[in-house]
Design a protein around this ligand. Structure first.
Ligand code: IPE
Length: 270
């Protein structure tokens, strides 16, 4: 019997918010991506949505240095603020999903997981699994984490997808789709270098060079930008879980990817 397909779709934080302006969602982008997801839903596959935090939690997370754990007297208060900020954006995404009739249901990663040095070591995933059996769409998001080693941490969507996909891979055939605000991976930052070349496939043949390219991370991203993402996703590729990185600003690409039509993007495989 062939396994049912499961798509884990990430809506990147810098795609669905304006990263230069604190607490500013890009509502038009969220609306369009939600419609593309809705229009590709089918009973033959399952979908989990995960979204980043962008300018909602990243501002408070860098103020309180949440990724470093309990480092001063304000850390615990900061941890609570970062969670609140992350869930505010989740409510905005949920609102659009529900307006469009998607049977979506949010799951708060911070309250069902434990981490050690920012790595999830435990997660109570039965509710999420049951939602999938009901053909509902679980929605997770980059969140603060309760960390057994350092007190608190940042749980990126990639880390959540890592844990979930490894936990679900015996039951589902999983493909991760990452929507970012670039077409995929380049040899250099395409916003700064016009001569940056597009990389269609990241695999064991070029992973070392790609990691070198990505070593400069940007701005207020406390989870280390694209380098962190590719590191986690390449690890999953080794386990047979492939990822497609696409541009969520280009209309229709997410829908095409979910309908398995050819689309511009970077494939991460082993
Ligand atoms: C970060 O989550 C969440 C917090 C800062 C609490 P992600 O790492 O998944 O988010 P983006 O896509 O980089 O914004």
């Amino acid at each position: 019997m062939s396994m049912r397909k499961l798509y884990m779709v990430k809506l990147g934080g810098s795609l669905i918010t304006d990263k230069r302006k604190p607490y500013t969602p890009r509502v038009e982008v969220i609306k369009r991506l939600v419609k593309e997801i809705r229009d590709s839903l089918s009973t033959s596959h399952r979908v989990i949505i995960g979204h980043g935090g962008g300018s909602f939690p990243h501002v408070s997370a860098s103020k309180y240095e949440t990724h470093k754990g309990f480092v001063n007297r304000e850390s615990k208060y900061g941890m609570a603020v970062v969670h609140y900020d992350a869930s505010r954006l989740n409510m905005i995404v949920m609102e659009e999903l529900l307006k469009n009739g998607v049977q979506a249901f949010p799951i708060q990663p911070s309250s069902i997981s434990l981490a050690e040095d920012s790595r999830i070591v435990e997660m109570y995933i039965k509710p999420l699994k049951t939602l999938l059996e009901y053909d509902m769409v679980p929605v997770v998001y980059g969140d603060v984490g309760i960390d057994l080693k350092q007190g608190c941490c940042i749980m990126s969507t990639e880390e959540i997808f890592r844990f979930l996909s490894l936990s679900l891979k015996d039951e589902y055939s999983i493909r991760i789709i990452m929507c970012e605000e670039v077409d995929g991976i380049y040899t250099k930052d395409p916003f700064k270098h016009p001569d940056a070349e597009f990389i269609e496939v990241v695999s064991r043949e070029n992973i070392d060079i790609v990691m070198e390219y990505l070593s400069s991370s940007h701005g207020i991203d406390v989870t280390g930008g694209m380098k962190h993402k590719v590191e986690v996703l390449y690890g999953l590729a080794k386990e047979g879980i492939e990822t497609l990185i696409i541009n969520g600003l280009a209309e229709g690409r997410l829908e095409k990817a979910l309908k398995e039509k050819p689309v511009k993007g970077t494939l991460i495989r082993y």
